[in-house]
Design a binder for this molecule. Structure first.
Ligand code: DGJ
Length: 721
């Protein structure tokens, strides 16, 4: 395991437990070429002769070469990673091998979130390439993990030219593969239906996912997996990329004329132009690459383990989160201290552990048209002040949390009236007034300092133990008074860096606060945000059936411990569907689990179920949070039922969730074949009061109790005998 360099062959081999990634340096002039990525190979040599690159050969052209970091302008007309402009107007960049170093551990990326590792579980290769003609260097950074089958990549670009160089595109990684009739698995959606899985054949031409919204977005997700035909949860080859970044991005793939596939990932070049002065470095975000020859399930579990152990930080990372009740769907903006305390009182009697006050507690915020940026407690609503409310909530034995939307300013706000230039807008042009709010120009230090300080002041004033950080509109009308005309192309990326800086400050000043990110639901659910918060609100749509789609897509990459999931009232506020309270609870159990309803107003029958659900959460959350996730069946595919399970790492315990979404007449109930168990263990299935062997459960199946009717969920708890 680790990283080796075969000096004779000039080949680098990166090994994880089950995968190998191989690259090499060609003979003079020394291009860095890709050789192999896939199932682990023995030895330290190249499995193929080093591909030659001979620009002087009349039969050779760049267009067929496999390059680790393809560039624009040299005659490689496929997807490429970098475009530059020099002062003399040239845009060709041909970096050649300069040096390398291999070391234990993993470097941090300046200003950016990234996975982390210890010296004993990761090795890193930094390979420097340089174009001596224009004086620009690229350092490719590869890390190979030992405890997960993951290779990460990122790049640093350094100007050594003595002049200004403009970077108009800097992606983070490229992967060339032989075509195997790949299909692409990607995630798409909209508000209220985030991260639905899509699968389609990869054809010729450029395809992929991207965002130009300034945030990663509800619509396309910064993830793509190329899979061989027939790949399912257990079989098939998967090559996946997930970008650790929360702004504009692209992941693109292209079936080329030579029947190879090129896949690239990084910051979107849309409206991107970075002025790099002599000596300056630009760092591009990290791409996480997973190869699995055990189908999508193998990929999923690698992502989950990586993110749980090497990305998420803070005291809640491996801890049960308090069961919260959020007042958003309960009251929207219509609340005051008395109302909140009545909810908290009732909730505390039922076993709920934290009250979260959502949007509307500050400034003149009685609807969503005003006051963002005025982070001062509205004492007409919060009568007696924040400290009084929090201490009353604490007296009930509950924690207290609150909502902010730090990156925004409403035109109707004191802050905007005082500083109209603190919003991102173009002088003289009417900006888009999406949700009646503008994006605050946090690229300017004075703006982000002011916003951070006003938020921190509120947090310092009371015992606040949870923060929901929301972000409810994309970026548009880009202009900042903080940068000259020739640097306006830096705004998108500087915005993301500024937001990361603010979140970093927040969690270092308040390390005990549980931070939950949110963006109109799950519009910025990406690994970049998980570096700062161990959980993200999945979607504003908490309908149990819609959540099956959302949770399936989200859990394809992200651990269940990160998925913000609440039991809400019915008919559901987003789609009008009514599902049993019991089903809503069992489906929310697959995430962080909480409530978002007026617990004083729901029926007694529903209220009476809450203590049982609280008990269920406490009983199973350790397993759900820390176990291995297996997708057994998908309602999306079979139009009948959904089934997933979580197995403890020692395989002695498992929890199966079976949801009969639509009742099907004249069908016997399925016996669902489980996965991930120990076939030599006999499991007691509590709900069936039966002992069943692991091999039977995996090869014959678990006999699920189909109930008559739609939207019925059941749990099966398996314990080793
Ligand atoms: C969008 C979030 O997703 C909701 O949960 C809620 O916090 C609203 N914003 C408040 O404006």
């Amino acid at each position: 395991m680790g990283i080796t360099y075969n000096e004779k062959e000039k080949v680098f081999k990166l090994d994880t437990a089950k995968t190998s990634y191989i690259l090499g340096v060609t003979d003079e002039p020394g291009h860095v070429v890709h050789i192999y990525y896939g199932k682990k190979l023995r030895g330290g040599s190249s499995p193929t002769p080093m591909p030659g690159i001979d620009k002087k050969n009349k039969h050779w052209f760049f267009d067929g070469a496999w390059l680790e970091y393809p560039t624009a302008g040299v005659g490689d007309f496929r997807e490429h990673c970098i475009e530059v402009k020099t002062e003399d107007g040239c845009n060709t960049f041909e970096p050649l091998y300069l040096s390398h170093k291999i070391y234990k551990g993993k470097p941090e990326l300046e200003g950016l979130p990234a996975t982390f590792a210890e010296e004993n579980n990761c090795m890193t290769l930094e390979l420097v390439m340089k174009d001596k003609l224009i004086g620009l260097e690229v350092t490719m950074i590869y890390s190979a993990f030992e405890d997960v089958d993951v290779i990460t990549r990122s790049v640093r670009v350094r100007n050594t030219s003595g002049k200004v160089i403009r970077l108009t595109k800097v992606l983070s990684a490229c992967l060339d593969l032989n075509n195997e009739d790949f299909e692409a698995v990607t995630l798409h959606g909209s508000w209220g239906r985030e991260r639905h899985i899509q699968r389609r054949k990869v054809g010729h031409g450029r395809q992929g996912v991207s965002s130009e919204r300034g945030v990663s977005g509800h619509q396309d997700h910064p993830f793509a997996a190329l899979v061989t035909p027939g790949t399912n949860q257990t079989l098939g080859e998967v090559f996946a990329m997930n970008l650790v970044y929360s702004g504009n991005y692209e992941i693109r793939y292209e079936l080329t004329q030579h029947d190879s596939i090129r896949m690239v990932a990084g910051i979107s070049p849309y409206n991107f132009e970075w002025k790099l002065r002599h000596g300056e470095i630009f760092t591009a975000p990290e791409v996480v690459m997973v190869y699995s020859c055990e189908g999508l399930g193998g990929m999923t579990r690698n992502f989950h383990d990586l993110y749980r152990n090497h990305l998420i930080r803070g005291k809640y990372r491996n801890k049960k989160r308090p069961i919260l009740i959020n007042n958003w769907e309960a009251t929207y903006f219509d609340f005051d201290t008395d109302k909140l305390l009545s909810i908290a009182k009732q909730a505390s009697e039922l076993g709920i552990e934290m009250l979260v006050v959502d949007d509307g507690w500050f400034g003149n915020r009685f609807d969503d048209n005003r006051a963002l940026g005025d982070w001062v407690v509205n004492e007409d609503k919060i009568k007696g002040g924040l400290n009084y409310l929090v201490s009353e909530v604490n007296k009930l034995g509950m924690k207290f949390g609150m909502w902010f939307e730090p990156e925004m300013i409403c035109p109707e706000s004191d802050i905007y009236r005082a500083h109209p230039d603190w919003a991102i807008e173009i002088p003289g042009r009417d900006p888009v007034r999406c949700r009646n709010q503008y994006v605050a120009d946090i690229t300017r230090k004075e703006v982000r300092d002011y916003i951070y300080d006003s938020i921190a002041k509120v947090l310092r004033s009371a015992n606040v133990e949870y923060v929901k950080w929301d972000m409810n509109r994309p970026l548009s009308d880009l202009y900042t008074a903080g940068l000259p005309a020739d640097r306006q192309g830096e705004i998108y990326h500087r915005f993301v860096l500024a937001m990361y800086e603010m979140q970093g400050r927040l969690i270092s000043e308040f390390p005990d606060i549980l931070l939950e990110n949110c963006s109109s639901g799950g519009g910025r659910y990406d690994p970049g945000m998980l570096y700062f918060s161990p959980q993200i609100w999945c979607s504003d749509n908490a309908d149990a059936i819609e959540r099956l789609y959302i949770h399936e897509g989200t859990a394809l990459i992200y651990p269940l411990s990160t998925m913000g999931a609440h039991v809400t009232d019915c008919p559901n506020h987003s789609n009008g569907r009514t599902t049993p309270f019991d089903t809503r609870g069992k489906i929310a159990l697959a995430g962080t689990f909480g409530y978002e309803l007026d617990v004083t107003k729901i029926s007694e029958e529903e209220r009476d179920q809450i203590p049982g659900q609280v008990k269920m959460y406490h009983r199973y959350n350790d397993l759900v949070r820390e176990g291995d996730y297996y997708r057994i069946a998908s309602f999306r595919e079979n139009n009948w039922y959904d089934c997933y399970m979580v197995v403890s790492k020692d395989k002695k315990e498992a929890l199966v969730t079976y949801v009969q979404v639509l009742s099907v007449a004249a069908h016997g109930m399925p016996a669902v074949k489980l996965q991930g168990l120990d076939e030599s263990i006999t499991y007691h299935v509590d709900e069936l009061d039966r002992d069943i062997n692991g091999d039977v459960l995996m090869n014959v199946g678990l006999p699920v109790n189909g109930e008559f009717g739609d939207f019925k969920a059941s749990l099966y708890h398996l314990v080793s005998q």
